[in-house]
Each structure stands twice: as C-alpha cells, then as structure tokens.
Design a protein around this ligand. Structure first.
Ligand code: PXP
Length: 247
C-alpha cells in the first residue's frame, strides 16, 4: 500500500503560548506527542513577524525531535540563513505577507523564478529537501522543475473553503496537478485547511505522498486531546489510501 506521510504543523501551539507570553503550552512537547501519536514529521513556520513559532523553537525542534523537521520559510535572505544554520530535513518555501492571517495563496514560482533559483540551490546544497508551496497550476509545476526543486506542496486551502461544485472543481485541479507532478518527476505533497471531512479525497490521490496539517488538529486537540486528534486524522488518511488501493 502507498505510504502517505502526515506532517503535523505545530505553529498554533505557539500561537496559544504567545497569547499570554511565557513558555506554555510548549510546541516541543506537542511535537514529541505528535511523534508518539503517529506523525511522520513536524512542520513549523517561522514567520517574519514571529507571530507564533520563534527562533528558539526552531533551535529546539531541530535538535530534540525524533522526526524529520519541515521548516516552512519565506523566500528571504534571513530565512535562508536560519535554514542553513539548522539544516532541517526539509525546507518548504511559502509566500508571506505580513498582513495575512495565514498563507493565503501559493508561491508564484513563475514570477519569482530568478529570485528563487539561487535560494533553492543553496538549500539543496546544504542537504535540505526543498519544496515549493504552490497552487495546482501546471505553470507553477513546470517552474518548480526549472528551479530544481524536487518537491511541490499543493495548496488545498481553496478546495477546503469551497462547497459543492466549486469544491469538486478545486479537487479536479489538485488531482490533475498531482498527475502532472508524476509526469514531471516531482514529489507531490498537499496541505492547508485540511480537516477530517476534507482529508480523504486528497489522501486518495495516488501520487500524493505527504500531507501537512496543523490548524484543525491543534483546534481539535482542545476538545479531544492532541493524541486522539492525530490518531483519528492518521486513520482517516490510511482508510482513504486503502480504499484507493482497493478501487
Ligand atoms: N502547508 C503549508 C505550506 C502551510 O503554510 C500551512 C500553514 O502554515 C500548512 C500546510 C498547514 O495548514 P493548516 O494549518 O491550515 O492545516
């Protein structure tokens, strides 16, 4: 059966911590618990304004977790320097605007090609698996190939937010993009906004190998605990993979 990895994004544990200052709840504790609950990786986004994850969190995560760390970062010199210092397993380059509440759209790898090219090369040379967080748009996938990024993460935000026919339309685009990734030799990940309801159709796409999920899991943890929330998500993913394999 296809292996589908779950990367648990722990940013919003830090959001709650920062609401009060101090050190609790601790994102490292969440990461260690996520590992126990069946996560395959930990994802953390060090934003320019440090609104949730802070530099010290990255330092602790990079040295203390038993799982690969996926460092989400804007395409800036500051973030590249931090990535090169910690050499996380993976670096996912995301677009970032200070005023946005969350990462609202994909990276424009076509328009930012010349700026991204040397950054991707430096991160790769440091041994990081580089991925680009892009919309399900064939031009963005081709740009990823031309940039030498081995992985793309498809933005599932619009799919998750839409209903009915609009959601079906976004799902078709994501499926087509995943199929194009296979043709182009790109490893295909997906994420943003996924919950128990929206995860199955994405998990069922044959060549998607990793999902990164955060906000919903941390919110759900308030009600059922982080361990239970992650286990249920893991089960939903595994069922979708199994159903796809049987079909
Ligand atoms: N993948 C990427 C590249 C992201 O930027 C985010 C949000 O930080 C996620 C996945 C997780 O999204 P969510 O928190 O909505 O599950």
């Amino acid at each position: 059966m296809r292996q589908l990895r779950l990367g648990v994004n722990i940013d919003h544990v830090a959001t709650v911590r920062n609401a009060r200052g101090g050190s609790l709840p601790d994102p490292l504790r969440a990461a260690l618990l996520a590992a126990e609950a069946g996560a395959d990786g930990i994802t953390a986004h060090l934003r320019e304004d440090r609104r949730h994850i802070r530099d010290a969190d990255i330092e602790r995560l990079a040295t203390k977790i038993p799982l690969p760390l996926n460092f989400e970062m804007a395409a800036t010199e500051e973030m590249v320097a931090i990535a090169l210092r910690h050499r996380p397993h993976a670096c996912c380059i995301v677009p970032e605007r200070r005023e946005e509440v969350t990462t609202e759209g994909g990276l424009d790898a076509v328009r930012q090609h010349d700026q991204l090219k040397p950054m991707v090369a430096r991160l790769r040379d440091a041994g990081c698996r580089v991925s680009l967080f892009v919309e399900a748009d064939p031009a963005q996938l081709e740009a990823a190939v031309s940039l030498g990024a081995p992985v793309v993460e498809l933005h599932t935000g619009a799919y998750c937010e839409a209903d009915g026919e609009a959601r079906a339309h976004h799902l078709r685009r994501i499926r087509a993009a995943a199929a194009r990734c296979a043709e182009l030799g790109l490893e295909c990940h997906a994420g943003h906004g996924l919950d128990y309801d929206t995860v199955a159709p994405i998990a069922a796409i044959p060549n998607v190998v990793e999902l990164n999920i955060g906000h919903f899991l941390i919110g759900e943890a308030i009600f059922v605990g982080l361990d239970a929330a992650i286990r249920r998500m893991r089960a939903a993913m595994d069922e979708a993979v199994a159903a796809g394999s049987a079909a």
